[in-house]
Design a protein around this ligand. Structure first.
Ligand code: FE2
Length: 422
């Protein structure tokens, strides 16, 4: 056997397990594997999980914060304007360099599946080209889906529709949209129709920036649900953000959630960016820009989490940690029930896999041997401590190894260590 992980705590099992890996796949999962591995790692009872899933990130804008200027107002519209200024001097090499650095951050945090949006309104499509090239160059280490994302709208600019289709022909995996920035509600609806037409023509998934506004009159999620049902694309369509849902009246929200469930729409919430960008004009009391995660989950809608913005004009902080975004969501979305905290872990693992329509994901016999050993005994501890990924394994090979911090406190003649664990 090429690699054996000993004493792994798996999420749904009480006993510890040994995981045997050969030719990049899980070939044995037993309480005790008698064979010896060429390489062995003792997980020591720590939680071992399939890789985290980054459901929604913008690798093209990541790490550009402050360039050419900082987003002082913090609004989404100013973020879009600053990103537009940055794009004017863009080069493919520069995008690839910052995007690759961000990918390495995500890998170090245990993320090996990424869905990134690539701005497809840049006239030379350098952003799309750059991210498609990176996807190929990093293929041995991380799986990347690229969304052709018409940042400034499909109908609001004359070239956008043509550029979007060109980006799809270049190899984008997913088709994006942003109906709420189109000139009118009618144009927003038409833009959704264009996305579905392209998705069916080129057999692609759909992921639309949907109702990413505080405006409770922004109601495009219902249109997306309708087209998912009409086109038979249930399960293949994602509505990212849906922050306006926070502000809808409860009767409309209840109806909408039923439609989303029926159409099997995946919802992605981006806790950090949504909290920062939404309801900026509220004064006090200040509503928070989160979609209704608890109600969606309760209704059986698939919800996953994205970091969205990592040090860019939309979100100045972040380090590509799914645990950090999940921790934030627990607080901002009131998900602190004892049965809810472990469920939030699904939003950065198996729910993300469903959103991305992934197969071959999970610690199961025959699956590709991708896994993360966390410095935590369970999901609760990982979410509380934002635990380090001690080892990250890709296709049976260790790609990340992390030395966990050791803290010593001197109390007179006594020295004690602290690791925050209970
Ligand atoms: Fe986004």
């Amino acid at each position: 056997m090429d690699l054996i992980i000993r004493n792994a705590k798996l999420r749904d099992k009480k006993e510890l397990y040994d995981l045997g890996i050969e030719n990049g796949k899980f070939t044995q999962i037993e309480t005790t594997i008698k064979d010896e591995g060429k390489q062995e790692i003792d997980a020591g009872g720590n939680l071992v999980i399939p890789p985290f899933i980054e459901s929604h990130v913008h690798l093209d804008s990541a790490l550009t914060v402050g360039n050419p200027r900082f987003n002082e107002s913090g609004t989404l519209l100013d973020g879009i304007a600053i990103w537009g200024e940055y794009k004017e001097g863009i080069t493919k090499e520069r995008i690839k360099a910052t995007a690759k650095e961000t990918i390495l951050w995500e890998m170090a945090n245990g993320v090996l599946r990424i869905r990134t949006h690539a701005d497809s309104t840049e006239p030379n499509l350098l952003t799309v080209q750059a991210l498609l090239e990176l996807k190929e160059e990093m293929r041995d280490y991380v799986d990347i889906q690229v969304v052709a994302f018409p940042q400034d709208g499909i109908l609001a600019h004359p070239q956008s529709a043509e550029l979007l289709e060109k980006a799809v022909k270049m190899g984008a995996d997913v088709i994006g949209g942003i109906p709420q920035v189109e000139f009118t509600r009618e144009d927003g609806i038409r833009s959704i129709e264009i996305v579905f037409e392209l998705a069916q023509k080129y057999e692609k998934l759909i992921d639309i920036h949907t109702d990413e506004t505080s405006d409770d009159q922004s109601r495009f999620a219902e249109v997306i649900a309708k087209h998912a049902v009409l086109s038979g694309m249930e399960g293949m369509v994602t509505a990212s953000h849906t922050t306006a849902m926070h502000n809808y009246d409860n009767d409309y929200a209840a109806k909408l959630i039923g439609l989303l469930k029926r159409a099997e729409i995946n919802i992605i919430t981006n806790p950090a960016s949504n909290a920062l960008l939404q309801n900026r004009l509220d004064g006090y009391p200040r509503r928070r820009g989160h979609t209704r995660v608890d109600e969606l989950l309760h209704a059986g809608v698939n919800v996953s989490i994205g970091n969205d913005n990592i040090m860019d004009p939309f979100g100045p902080l972040g380090k590509g940690s799914m645990l950090q975004s999940a921790n934030l969501l627990i607080h901002t979305a009131h998900l602190s029930g004892s049965n809810l905290i472990p469920k939030v872990f699904d939003l950065i693992t198996i729910n993300g896999a469903k959103t991305l329509n992934l197969t071959d994901y999970g610690i199961e016999l025959g699956n590709q041997a991708d896994l993360v050993i966390l410095d935590a005994k369970d999901e609760y501890e990982a979410l509380r401590l934002l635990s380090e990924a001690i080892y990250v394994v890709r296709k049976g090979r260790v790609v990340v190894e992390t030395k966990v911090a050791e803290r010593e406190i001197t109390l007179g003649s006594e020295t004690v260590t602290v690791d925050f664990k209970r």
